[in-house]
Design a protein around this ligand. Structure first.
Ligand code: CA
Length: 230
């Protein structure tokens, strides 16, 4: 399944042209015509990538970029900026803020799509975990979805495994309960889920990990992180 691309641009013709070309390539699209909607949609829908025009009414593109990168919920979303020739300095500011790439208008949709694919590929490579990871007495086989402590296989539920994998992928960063909830249980779950659900699963996961449970650290009133160091 291909990612959803959020298009942020107030020029309706450009939005239409991008929607058409991206859909033809199998992407799903979302469109925002101003900065406020862009921030709202990025937070709610977690697109795979954002195409962000810098010239927007209201909150301009650079400010949108800054706000996205300063919010832990949206900071990791890749951004490709659309800039005008006259916005040379804005382009540099945008890249410094953490945008991944830019295209100068006018551009060909084919080239933009090639850049989108390249950015997505780069991110996938970066996030890739090895098939088998050994940390202390803990062995996690991501391809077989198996976990062992001191070579003894531990039975984890799929949610417990996802939770462990998400914490490990964060490479020591603290993840909030809300982040874990959104990423593991999803937004549109019909069942009423609370942040307490995360705590309950952490508790059972810790119990199963025995001596290696010490690696899952609680950050009070916020969330959890995975400790790599011994
Ligand atoms: Ca514009």
């Amino acid at each position: 399944m291909k990612e959803t691309i959020l298009i942020v641009e107030d020029e309706k013709d450009i939005v239409k042209m991008l929607e058409y070309n991206l859909k033809k390539e199998g992407f799903k699209t979302l469109s925002a015509y101003d900065g406020e909607d862009a921030l709202d949609m990025a937070g709610k829908n977690k697109p795979g990538l954002i195409v962000l025009d810098l010239m927007l009414p209201g909150i301009d593109g650079l400010e949108v970029c800054r706000l996205l990168k300063n919010n832990s919920k949206t900071a990791s979303l890749p951004i490709i900026m659309l800039t005008a020739k006259s916005q040379e300095s804005d382009k540099i500011v945008g890249l410094e803020l953490g945008a991944d790439d830019y295209m100068t208008k006018p551009f060909s949709p084919r080239e933009l799509i090639a850049r989108i694919k390249a950015v997505l590929r780069r991110i996938k490579e970066k996030d890739k975990l090895p098939e088998v990871l050994k940390i202390g007495d803990l062995t996690i086989d991501f391809s077989k979805i198996k976990v062992a402590v001191k070579d003894k296989t531990i039975e984890l539920t799929s949610k417990e495994f996802e939770l462990l994998k998400t914490l490990i992928k964060a490479k020591g960063r603290v993840l909030s309960r809300d982040y874990l909830l959104d990423n593991i249980w999803g937004f549109d779950n019909a069942v009423e889920i609370e942040t307490r659900t995360v705590d309950v699963h952490i508790r059972t996961l810790r119990k199963k990990l025995k001596s290696e449970s010490r690696r899952i650290l609680t950050v009070k009133n916020y969330g959890y992180r995975f400790e790599y160091e011994d």
